[in-house]
Design a protein around this ligand. Structure first.
Ligand SMILES: *Cc1c(COP(=O)(O)O)cnc(C)c1O
Length: 478
């Protein structure tokens, strides 16, 4: 190598020196978070942040200073006061999986460009499918996120359930649709539209007082669709929904799907990981009857973003997603090509995601996932009890998962006043940076939304968050 800049970038000793220093910085960072010595978030608005970075980048700084600024200017999910969006508080050791896969940079699309990670991907899927209760015909792969995973599974559903060859000919005269709860993640709606089904291609089912799909509405909604000449080919159960963490009745949806020959898909992006918990698996009763399931490893399985399992009850179905029907001619699973995952995934080049997931299993065992899910679900129930004991706070519902929505409420304020109050409280909390929580709208009411993702978040943090909320409420009242 005779170019000095390339020599600098590729030199193993630079890698070693900076790496050792960075690991020390990151381990100290974890300690600071666990002890709550730093804020959960040094909030700046986007323009201030842009200016601060422009200034930094125009000055002379070394790489470690650059990394430190990234740490300073990011959300600190490892802080026990982090109770916001549903990304996993990554198991720190899993980031070594990221380090090794980033250095190796194997592209994964074909087996030979990622032999280890392709095989580990198969093993990851086997571990998850066993927990689901699928049998040996099952299979799947990992893909880049729940959004893409849901789209991929629905494309498989289309290729299996729709008699005409849409892959080859596009849609002809017939309209098709997917049924889903009105509380489903927006990516299902987006997937249906990407698939060219249009707005009539997504049939939303109302939800009950716990924001679960109303099973009693399914037959009439299906009839309505038939009368309008729209053919339903799939139904999606949410396990759980994103806003409130509500689990649809998967067993009832499975019977409905079976009766009407629909593809039954489960969006288990968040709550699907409860298959690993003896205590909470009953929330997913019936999941093993689904034709396909997706579960985000980067939500409830401690895996760094991003890795999502797409699971199939019958693995052979997954081969037809991106193929014309005529090419889909496997006589048996022996002819089936599991190792070149690129044939079945949207991605061509793909991250070696299995390495991160399997690092956790290798270091902590499968029991680690059970422990993570169970402690977070347990803690959510404890938090809900505390909320209920405080006058003036109202829970949206008893938590089923580790998502808790609540709001400040009183009898004399209007809906608008209450929404404004709760939105102001949430905004002030964001800007102060002591805690991180989010918000959601339910039936026109704005709720504060928390997800307990950090196993270190405990009664101390719950009480202190609620005290902060109470102080803000008093401040806004004056
Ligand atoms: C988070 C979530 C998604 C989207 O998954 P991404 O990995 O963020 O793309 C889909 N469905 C549900 C129920 C979710 O909670």
């Amino acid at each position: 190598m005779d170019h000095p800049v390339l020599e600098k970038l590729y030199h193993p000793e630079n890698y070693r020196t900076i790496g050792h220093q960075l690991i020390d910085i990151l381990a100290d960072y974890l300690n600071q978070n666990y002890k709550n010595d730093i804020k959960v978030n040094n909030y700046q608005n986007a323009i201030d942040s842009l200016h601060s970075w422009e200034k930094f980048l125009s000055e002379d700084h070394d790489l470690l200073a650059f990394f430190k600024k990234i740490l300073n200017d990011s959300m600190h999910v490892h802080n026990p006061n982090y109770m916001g969006h549903q990304v996993s508080v990554s198991a720190p050791i899993a980031s070594f999986g990221g380090l090794i896969s980033d250095l190796l940079s194997n592209g994964m699309a074909v087996y030979e460009m990622g032999a280890a990670s392709s095989v580990l991907e198969k093993k990851s899927i086997e571990i998850i499918n066993k927990a689901v209760g699928y049998d040996k015909d099952s299979g799947g792969f990992l893909t880049s996120g729940g959004t893409l995973a849901n789209l991929t599974a629905l494309l498989t559903a289309r290729s299996i359930k729709i008699p005409e060859d849409v892959w080859q000919n596009g849609y002809e005269d017939q309209s098709y649709a997917v049924m889903v709860s009105e509380q489903a993640h927006y990516c299902i709606d987006r997937a249906a539209r990407i698939m060219g089904l249009g707005s009539k291609g997504i049939i939303k089912i109302a939800t009950d007082e716990n924001y679960c799909m109303k099973i009693e509405d399914l037959e009439s909604k299906l009839q309505d669709a038939n009368q309008q000449g729209v053919k339903v080919f799939s139904i999606v159960g949410s396990a759980c929904s994103t806003s409130t963490g509500s689990f649809d009745n998967l067993e009832a949806i499975a019977s409905f799907a079976k009766k009407h020959h629909l593809w039954f898909h489960v969006d288990g992006a968040h709550g699907g990981a409860a298959v690993f918990s003896k205590k909470y698996k009953p929330l997913l009763k019936g999941i093993q009857n689904a034709d396909s399931i997706i579960i985000d490893c980067h939500k409830m399985m401690m895996t760094p973003t991003i890795a999502t399992a797409v699971l199939y009850k019958n693995e052979l179905n997954s081969a037809s997603t991106f193929k014309q029907k005529a090419e889909y001619l496997y006589d048996s699973s022996e002819d089936f090509d599991w190792s070149n995952t690129g044939k079945r995934t949207f991605e061509c080049t793909k991250l070696m995601m299995s390495v991160k997931f399997m690092s956790i299993i290798q270091f902590g065992g499968i029991g680690a996932i059970e422990a993570y899910v169970q402690s977070l679900f347990d803690n959510a129930r404890i938090f809900a009890k505390i909320i209920q004991s405080i006058p003036g706070l109202q829970l949206a519902m008893q938590p089923q998962a580790n998502i808790i929505c609540f709001r400040c409420n009183d009898e004399h304020s209007s809906v608008q006043e209450l929404n404004k109050l709760n939105a102001s409280i949430r905004q002030r909390i964001l800007e102060k940076g002591d805690f991180y929580i989010v918000q959601t709208m339910l039936n026109g009411n704005l709720y504060l939304r928390t997800t307990i993702m950090n196993p270190m978040t405990d009664v101390v943090q719950f009480k202190s968050l609620l005290e902060s909320i109470n102080r803000l409420r008093i401040e806004f009242a004056n």
